[in-house]
Design a protein. Structure first.
Length: 392
């Protein structure tokens, strides 16, 4: 383990303060105006939380995925949008820290990321691939003599790309490569131009600001990651997505549970010596919340243990794919169910937007979970694997 207990405690305390004092007060305005949670991200920069997962040798705190998940969960209790941006950023950062292959240009960039606390966006979707992030139409155009490449991509969504300091983009290795032969390229803000092609007026997760873009970029060839994207996806991007998403979804559910608990305690104070009827429903809700938390933490611990023993190749096996698919489906189904359960406890005060017990925003945010890589698509892939998979 790279991080120390002191580092983790300090960063956790900082996150708790930011979540409570900055993210929570701004969350409703972020949602209402569908704006980026700028004040929260600036606070995360000041607290040096955006570079915390980078290994200590490169200046970061070396946080494990379990520790990163705990930070996302803490933030998710107060502002789903900020937590989703942080989770996506940590995912992109992990792709760089785990797959730079000691390339000097990339290690130098990571050191600079820690110094400046740069935010990294994601562009893995593409017009014409119908949601399949493991295939690309656009291709890297290489100028070997100049040592540079050019890339043009039409993305259906670009995760907070207009606000990011850099973006990781998927593309075919060459114009002659099959759609599945992909690479991941790093483009800094001054190396690309974005033209927004769609809007982002959504039911929930409105502050993640992820419309479609036409992206045109050019950079040195050293910014094409040396590891095939197939390996990056299996070993890092997919596990980080499902684990960190599950952690922030748990945070959304925990925030809703906390409001329901506060409501029930208020009822109890009005009738000392009696147990409100809603208390039993709260206890039942707590059971499911604990189960959801145990699941994502267990998968995160398994991931960290696998990395620690140098067994990254295992992430490409069916057992891990099924485990991650199960986590994603389970957590994304649980979060709206838990928020709904909290709403049934609180009642009309949870339904009203101007109530301190309002659950409208987390409810709408929770509904995005099953759509972020469709559960139906994931279940279909798991079904095909289970036809041949034998658990040893």
């Amino acid at each position: 383990m790279d991080s120390t207990a002191t580092d983790v405690m300090s960063l956790t305390d900082a996150m708790r303060r930011i979540a409570r004092d900055i993210a929570a007060p701004a969350a409703d305005d972020v949602d209402a105006r569908a704006r980026f949670p700028e004040e929260t991200l600036n606070a995360l920069r000041r607290a040096r939380l955006l570079g915390a997962p980078v290994p200590t040798a490169l200046g970061g705190a070396g946080l494990t995925i379990a520790e990163q998940g705990a930070l996302c969960a803490e933030l998710g209790q107060h502002c789903s949008n900020s937590a989703m941006v942080l989770a996506m950023h940590y995912n992109q950062l992990a792709c760089l820290t785990r797959h730079h292959a000691d390339r000097p240009e990339l290690t130098a960039w990571l050191r600079a990321q820690v110094e400046h606390q740069w935010l990294i966006g994601s562009m893995t979707s593409e017009v014409g691939t119908f949601g399949d992030t493991r295939s690309s139409i656009c291709a890297v155009e290489t100028d070997a003599e100049a040592g540079r490449f050019r890339l043009v991509k039409e993305a259906t969504t670009g995760s907070y790309c207009a606000q990011a300091d850099a973006i990781l983009v998927t593309a075919r290795r060459t114009a002659e490569s099959p759609a599945s032969d992909q690479v991941l390229v790093l483009l800094a803000r001054d190396q690309l131009a974005l033209t927004q092609t769609t809007t982002w007026d959504t039911l929930g997760m409105r502050g993640t600001c992820s419309p479609g873009f036409r992206m045109e970029g050019a950079a040195p060839l050293a910014q094409v990651l040396p590891v095939p994207y197939a390996d990056i996806s299996a070993q890092t991007m997919l596990p980080y997505s499902h684990i960190l998403w599950a952690s922030l979804w748990w945070g959304i559910a925990a925030g809703a549970h906390a409001k329901a608990a506060a409501f029930v305690r208020g009822q109890a104070r009005k009738a000392p010596g009696t147990v409100p009827p809603t208390a039993q429903r709260l206890a039942e809700l707590n059971v499911e919340l604990q189960a959801m938390g145990h699941q994502w933490r267990a998968v995160a611990a398994d991931y960290d243990a696998t990395v620690a023993r140098g067994a990254d190749a295992e992430f490409g096996q069916m057992g891990w794919a099924l485990k991650l698919n199960a986590l994603k489906i389970s957590a994304s189904d649980a979060v709206p169910r838990l928020v709904h359960g909290a709403l049934q406890i609180v009642g009309i005060l949870g339904y009203k937007n101007d109530s301190p017990f309002s659950l409208g925003r987390p409810y709408r945010d929770a509904l995005s979970a099953s759509l972020m890589v469709s559960n139906e698509r994931i279940a279909s892939k798991s079904a095909a694997m289970l036809l041949v998979y034998k658990d040893s």
